[in-house]
Design a protein around this ligand. Structure first.
Ligand SMILES: *[C@@H]1O[C@H](CO)[C@@H](O)[C@H](O)[C@H]1NC(C)=O
Ligand SMILES: *[C@@H]1O[C@H](CO)[C@@H](O)[C@H](O)[C@H]1NC(C)=O
Ligand SMILES: *[C@@H]1O[C@H](CO)[C@@H](O)[C@H](O)[C@H]1NC(C)=O
Ligand SMILES: *[C@@H]1O[C@H](CO)[C@@H](O)[C@H](O)[C@H]1NC(C)=O
Ligand SMILES: *[C@@H]1O[C@H](CO)[C@@H](O)[C@H](O)[C@H]1NC(C)=O
Ligand SMILES: *[C@@H]1O[C@H](CO)[C@@H](O)[C@H](O)[C@H]1NC(C)=O
Ligand SMILES: *[C@@H]1O[C@H](CO)[C@@H](O)[C@H](O)[C@H]1NC(C)=O
Length: 363
């Protein structure tokens, strides 16, 4: 038998030699940063990251992305992004992503929410731009599908992208994360958590195109562009059921399928509690918020093309800035009729987007 002491000693020697060589390599890579002060930060971060990248590659990237973006109460804000929203068109001087982020800056009590926003990129360009802006990013891989172009409303690719997103969100729920899902063509003018119910018995709170007056009325036309959902067995069952309809719903987009499920009684069946959100707070172009003092989000819904949405959402931000400016003069703010004096600029681009498309289709 070997002398155990001796073998420990030789193991230690080997270990020491190993350490010696790795530290020589480490120093020679990392010390190069000292020669050029401008490169030092970059180099340092590469070196200190060298062990964590190995962990990511072997681990679960989605879990990592979720936990990084999450609030203490396991809540994240999720938006899906593709190239058409991330990258400037030749004639454009901004993007939907930029407007979306501007709203977090211009909004009331929304700046800190940016840290809890997870952008789910469906193509490489969107992912690169997300990383460039140092946001929380996750690359959603889909075999053999290219989601990078503008998806015209109800085109085949549009519908496919929507279903891929539903499957992804089901995964997030199964991991125990509650989330706010937001389309990127929504301006966040106030912190929505202030207006969403905190009652834990409410499983889903979802925006509507038109608010009918009673938040529990299941006849509402839902809009899946904005909702807050808690992760539990019931909501997982709902998303499971929703996604299972994918093959059965040719020509229908996922929102209409969910609407069909709801009107078919799925809420009662699964024992869900669903609140339909008032457009006074969670508004859109289909139905504007009646009061600037209450408005929380503005969705470019009832609209068909990206350029129309971008133009009309810019007008929304202009209206909002004017309102904020006005409110900074407290003297006037106290005795003014807001509903009479503050109105949203018309959404001319979006109104026209339907007409123009019809004409081109006919032509
Ligand atoms: C990575 O490196 C850091 C500091 O260099 C260290 O604290 C941490 O434990 C390392 N992680 C792993 C998994 O080795
Ligand atoms: C989760 O935490 C955030 C930040 O503290 C808070 O704004 C939000 O209301 C919380 N959500 C719920 C449902 O309690
Ligand atoms: C939550 O809603 C349930 C059912 O409507 C109600 O009984 C309960 O009192 C509510 N909880 C809170 C904290 O408001
Ligand atoms: C959800 O379902 C799992 C397994 O079916 C069960 O263990 C768990 O208790 C359920 N949780 C709730 C909140 O009903
Ligand atoms: C899909 O459609 C078939 C035939 O119409 C029906 O038998 C089946 O139950 C449907 N599946 C779901 C999940 O609704
Ligand atoms: C404000 O103006 C609206 C529309 O002109 C009107 O319906 C409402 O009664 C006014 N409110 C007050 C408090 O004067
Ligand atoms: C555009 O076409 C759709 C369906 O093809 C139709 O419902 C809508 O009324 C048309 N709009 C206009 C302005 O012609």
């Amino acid at each position: 038998m070997d002398n155990p002491k001796q073998s420990i000693a030789s193991n230690l020697n080997i270990a020491f030699l190993f350490l010696f060589f790795t530290s020589v390599v480490y120093l020679s890579v990392c010390s190069s940063s000292l020669t050029n002060p401008f490169r030092s930060f970059q180099k340092q971060s590469q070196c200190s990251l060298s062990n964590s990248t190995a962990v990511v590659a072997g681990g679960d990237e989605l879990e990592e992305a979720l936990s990084k973006a999450s609030m203490d109460n396991k809540t994240v804000i999720i938006a899906v992004i593709n190239r058409a929203y991330a990258d400037q068109d030749i004639t454009a001087d901004t993007t939907m992503l930029d407007l979306f982020l501007d709203s977090f800056w211009l909004g009331e009590d929304t700046k800190s929410l940016r840290d809890h926003l997870l952008l789910v990129a469906v193509d490489q360009m969107a992912y690169d731009r997300c990383r460039f802006l140092r946001l929380n990013c996750y690359k959603l891989e889909t075999d053999g599908v290219d989601f990078k172009g503008e998806k015209l409303y109800m085109s085949e690719d549009f519908i496919r992208m929507m279903w891929r997103r539903t499957l992804f969100l089901l995964d997030v729920l199964k991991r125990g994360y509650n989330f706010v899902f937001t389309d990127m063509d929504i301006m966040w003018l106030r912190n929505p958590f202030e207006k969403l119910s905190k009652n834990e018995t409410e499983d889903l709170q979802i925006s509507t195109d038109l608010f009918l007056g009673n938040p529990w009325d299941e006849k509402h036309l839902i809009n899946t562009g904005f909702y807050y959902i808690r992760s539990n067995n019931k909501t997982i069952a709902l998303f499971d059921k929703w996604y299972s309809m994918k093959g059965n719903s040719t020509g229908q987009k996922e929102q209409d399928v969910l609407l069909g499920l709801m009107h078919g009684g799925v809420i009662g069946e699964l024992g869900l509690k669903v609140r339909f959100l008032d457009t006074l707070y969670f508004s859109g172009f289909c139905e504007e918020s009646k009061d600037f003092r209450s408005v929380t989000t503005v969705h470019a819904n009832c609209c068909r093309s990206i350029s129309a949405k971008v133009n009309d959402l810019r007008a929304v931000l202009r209206d909002w800035k004017k309102f904020k400016k006005f409110m900074s003069y407290k003297r006037f703010a106290n005795n003014i009729n807001f509903t009479a004096n503050f109105r949203w600029t018309g959404h001319f681009g979006c109104w026209n987007s339907w007409r123009i498309r019809n004409q081109t289709h006919r032509g």
